[in-house]
Each structure stands twice: as C-alpha cells, then as structure tokens.
Design a protein around this ligand. Structure first.
Ligand code: ADP
Ligand code: MG
Length: 410
C-alpha cells in the first residue's frame, strides 16, 4: 500500500505546517453553517491553492471528516460533459446526503487547473454550480492566478497552502518509519526531506521506494546500509563514465564505456540528461541535447517494435555522440565536476516495480488457466476484476499479499 494513502491525515490536528490555511478553512465551514444570518457576505466556495504535495486534497477530505459531511467529488471532465451534468451531477449537488448519519455535504472540485483548458464552459458551469448548491464547495488548484480563474477567485474564500519546511517533512518521515518499525539513517531521511523541496508526497514516496529497494535485496540482509553502499558503488561507476565522456576525447574506448556499467541504458540516459548542463554550454549544449533526443527516439522504437538492434545506436549516441559534441579545442577538459543524481530514477524504479508485479500475477494466472502470458497481460483489466472478486481464486493462484494489494490499488 502506498504510504501516502496509508498515512494521509484524517483529522485537522494531523495536517502539519498549514495552520493559516486550516484556520481559514474552518472559519469558512463554520460561517457557512451560520449562513442564514449574514447570507449576503457569505462566500459559498473555498479555493485551496498551493504547490503539489502540500495537503490540498487532504485538507478537503479532513474538513469533511471533521464536520461529518459526505464528500461529493466532481472533476474537470464532469464539468465539460453537459448531459452528465444535467442528468446526474446537478441533482446530486442539490440533494441531501445519501447516508442519513451525515450532517451535510461538501462538494469537492479537485485540481481545478484542469478545467481551464481550451474552453471556458467548464468554469462557467462551476460558477453556476456554486450558485445553485446549498452545500459548501471546496476547490483545489496549484495555480490560481490565471486570468481564466478571475471570476472564480471573486466567488471564493482563498486559502494558500505553503511549501512545507524540510524539518517538518523530516518529522513526518520519522513518524512513518516509527510506525512501520523501520530504521533508515538520519542523514538519508534528512536528504530526502531537503530534496523534496516542500512536497510531502514526493518525500514519502521517495522514502517508500528506498524502503522497497532495501526490502527487495533480501539476499544480503544487512538492510538499507548495504543497499546504500551498492548504490554508491554504482554511482562511482557512472560518475567515472560521465567524466570520461564529458571530459575526454571520444575514442574507441568511449564506445564501450557503458558496457562495463551495471545499469540499464534507460537509467544511464537519465544520468547523462541530468548532467549535460553541468558540463556543456551554448552550442555544445544544444548539440548534446539533440543527440539525447535522438537516443530517446531510438528507445521509443526499440520498445514499440522490440527491435533490439537499435540498442546499439542508443548506446553510441549516448557515449560517443555526447562526448563528441564538445568543441575540439576543449577535448581535454580539466576541473572537477560534481555530477548529480537524476531525481527521476526513484520514480522509474517504483514504476518498474509495479510492472513486475503485474507480470508475475499475469504469469500465475496464465499458467493456471492454460493461456499465454502475453494474452493474460493484454486481458489484464478483466482478469484483475475476476481475481479481485474471488478470494478463492486468489488462494488458488497463490498470490502474495503484495500482489493482492497491487490488484486492489491499480
Ligand atoms: N500538511 C500535511 N501534513 C501531513 N501529511 C501531508 C500534508 N500534506 C500532504 N501530506 C501527505 O502527502 C500526501 C499527498 O497530499 P495531498 O493532500 O494529496 O497533496 P496535494 O493535494 O496538495 O497535492 C498525503 O496523502 C499525505 O500523506
Ligand atoms: Mg491533490
């Protein structure tokens, strides 16, 4: 299970570092409830805005929970779909909550940035809905200062959620580790917190992937430390290779430089991409990026057509090509560059992890019902439903808890 979901705050007291926004939000709901008294001044919608991973969606759900409201969520495409709006959504927005124990309803429009696409229709619908619903509307958005949202801003109380200080994020990460009964070195936790740049979701996801990374290396049981060391060795290798490419003269040897590195070419590409701007400027930079995009195109073809021969080209572009894009006068560069680790790696790693689970489930299913694995993968959405709906099939297939969890989540 994703830790961001598992540890999503349920109560206002658990939403960290957002006191201003929380106070505004509380005031909004409370004065909404007293609406009859000064209905002329009362705003019927609350606009929560701020960078990703700072608690906008969370705050909306927490508010509903604390005030015992049912949440009714509308998304951007709902607002564009006229007939659906008329027949289903508008009535739902005006009717009392389904569950009688709920005291009211809260209409949530999450990620409203999505509405401001090409047409203005969606926004107009939203403005109209705010007028006709008897319930409070909460809207979240990253950026609210575009012109298209001017009308909406006028109709809303506005509360800003701020980037979270790394120290607060670090505390959140430590809390999670404590609850999971895990230990990760202080320094690493701090580094994750700092690198997340105020985005709690990113920080928690990084922490979890690091944890997976260590859990998946069950063979050597020394825990996260050894993973770190393994990672560090790999980093040394790639650093050396980058140095070779960026600083040296392109030669035969350059062509083979990546063969000795224990890292998939995809990942190497990320390292090259991340570090090109540290070494190349101006025309060299443009040239290097051009080659990189060519390598990326080859990659696309390789995957689409399973044409593995293209791998050679991808490799050559990345090594020799990038090396040769510096001007010859600078062929022997000196100086030390501290290369950076690409931040996307963790995400890609997590993604690969998911694909691996999907594959292993499809494999088990395919064997069980005697169909090909490819077909099982193709029909995965259906197979998924079949497996989810029947615990006995889950048992027969001998699915692991992780795999069952995966099916329920994706
Ligand atoms: N202020 C916060 N306090 C505690 N946890 C938070 C906070 N903000 C975000 N999180 C964590 O990050 C995850 C993503 O938050 P979310 O509210 O979805 O962010 P946003 O909607 O602003 O992009 C949540 O599930 C929760 O685990
Ligand atoms: Mg959100």
């Amino acid at each position: 299970m994703q830790w961001t979901e598992k540890y999503r705050p349920k109560y206002l007291k658990d939403v960290r570092g957002q006191n201003d926004a929380i106070n505004k939000a509380k005031l909004f709901i409370e004065s909404f409830n007293l609406g009859a008294i000064s209905s002329s001044k009362r705003k019927k919608a609350l606009l929560l805005h701020g960078p990703p991973g700072t608690g906008k969606t969370t705050l909306a759900y927490v508010l509903a929970n604390e005030f015992n409201f049912e949440i009714f969520e509308l998304n951007a495409s709902d607002l564009r779909d006229r007939t659906r709006l008329k027949e289903i959504l508008r009535p739902a927005i005006q009717q009392a909550p389904l569950k009688t124990e709920k005291k009211g309803k809260l209409i949530l429009v999450d990620e409203a940035d999505g509405i401001t696409g090409a047409d203005k229709g969606g926004i107009n619908e939203l403005l109209h809905l705010i007028d006709i619903t008897p319930y409070p509307v909460v809207i979240t958005a990253n950026d609210i200062w575009s012109k298209k949202l001017a009308e909406l801003r006028k109709k809303c109380e506005i509360a800003e959620l701020k980037e979270i200080d790394y120290k607060v994020i670090r505390e959140i990460l430590f809390d999670i580790l404590r609850k999971e009964g895990l230990f990760i070195d202080n320094k690493i936790v701090t580094e994750i917190a700092v690198k997340s740049k105020g985005d709690i979701r990113a920080a928690i996801n990084d922490l979890q992937s690091l944890q997976y990374l260590s859990a998946s290396k069950e063979l050597d049981k020394r825990g996260v430390d050894s993973v770190e060391i393994h990672e560090r060795n790999k980093e040394n290798d790639i650093f050396n290779a980058l140095r070779f490419i960026f600083k040296g003269k392109p030669t035969e040897e350059t062509l083979k430089i990546f063969d000795s590195i224990d890292m998939p070419l995809d990942e190497i590409m990320l390292w090259v991409e991340e570090n090109i701007p540290l070494e190349y400027k101006g025309e060299e930079l443009a040239k290097a990026y051009d080659l990189l995009s060519k390598a990326d195109i080859f990659k696309g073809r390789i995957y689409k057509q399973q044409y593995w021969r293209f791998l050679v080209y991808e490799n050559i572009l990345l090594s020799y090509g990038i090396s040769a894009s510096k001007s010859s006068s600078k062929a022997y560069w000196s100086g030390f560059t501290r290369y950076k680790k690409p931040s996307r790696i963790l995400k890609i790693w997590l993604n690969n992890q998911r694909i691996a689970k999907k594959k292993s489930i499809a494999q088990k299913y395919a064997r069980h019902v005697h169909i090909g694995e490819k077909r099982a993968l193709k029909e995965f959405p259906i197979i998924k439903q079949i497996i989810i709906s029947s615990p006995s099939i889950q048992q027969e297939l001998k699915l692991t808890e992780d795999e069952i969890e995966y099916l329920k989540k994706h």
